[in-house]
Ligand binder design. Structure first.
Ligand SMILES: [Cu+2]
Length: 117
C-alpha cells in the first residue's frame, strides 16, 4: 500500500532541488512518479497510463516561462506550477477508466488524459 510521506518531509527534500533547478526525485518506491512535461503550452506525454486502484504521482515539469495549472475535474485535482518549475500532483486510487486533464491557462493546446488500468 502506497503511503505519502508527511508534507514536512516532502518540503525538506524538495526545497534544495528547487534551488538548483533540478527535478524533485522521490525516494525509491514501488512506482516512480510519471514525468509530465509542459512545453509550448502542450503536455508530453499527453496520455499517461497508471495502475488502477492505487495512488500515483505525476511530476509536472513546466518548461514554459509562464505558470500553468494542471486542472482536472475528472481527477479532482488542481495544481499551479510556476514557470520553469516542477510540481508534484497526487492522484488518488482510480477505478479503471479514462480521465481528462488540461492546463487551465492554455486549455486550447494543453490537453491530456490519464488511463487507469
Ligand atoms: Cu483550475
Amino acid at each position: 500500500m502506497y503511503k505519502f510521506p508527511p508534507l514536512a518531509a516532502l518540503l525538506a527534500v524538495a526545497a534544495p532541488a528547487l534551488a538548483d533547478g533540478s527535478f524533485f526525485v522521490a525516494p525509491a518506491r514501488a512506482d516512480a512518479p510519471t514525468i509530465l512535461t509542459l512545453q509550448n503550452h502542450k503536455f508530453s506525454p499527453n496520455v499517461i497510463r497508471i495502475k488502477a486502484n492505487q495512488p500515483a504521482m505525476i511530476t509536472m515539469v513546466n518548461k514554459d516561462a509562464t505558470a500553468e495549472e494542471f486542472d482536472s475535474s475528472d481527477l479532482k485535482v488542481e495544481k499551479v506550477v510556476a514557470g520553469n518549475q516542477s510540481g508534484n500532483i497526487r492522484i488518488r486510487a482510480l477505478k479503471p477508466g479514462t480521465y481528462k486533464f488540461m492546463g487551465e491557462y492554455h486549455a486550447a493546446t494543453a490537453q491530456g488524459i490519464v488511463i487507469a488500468q
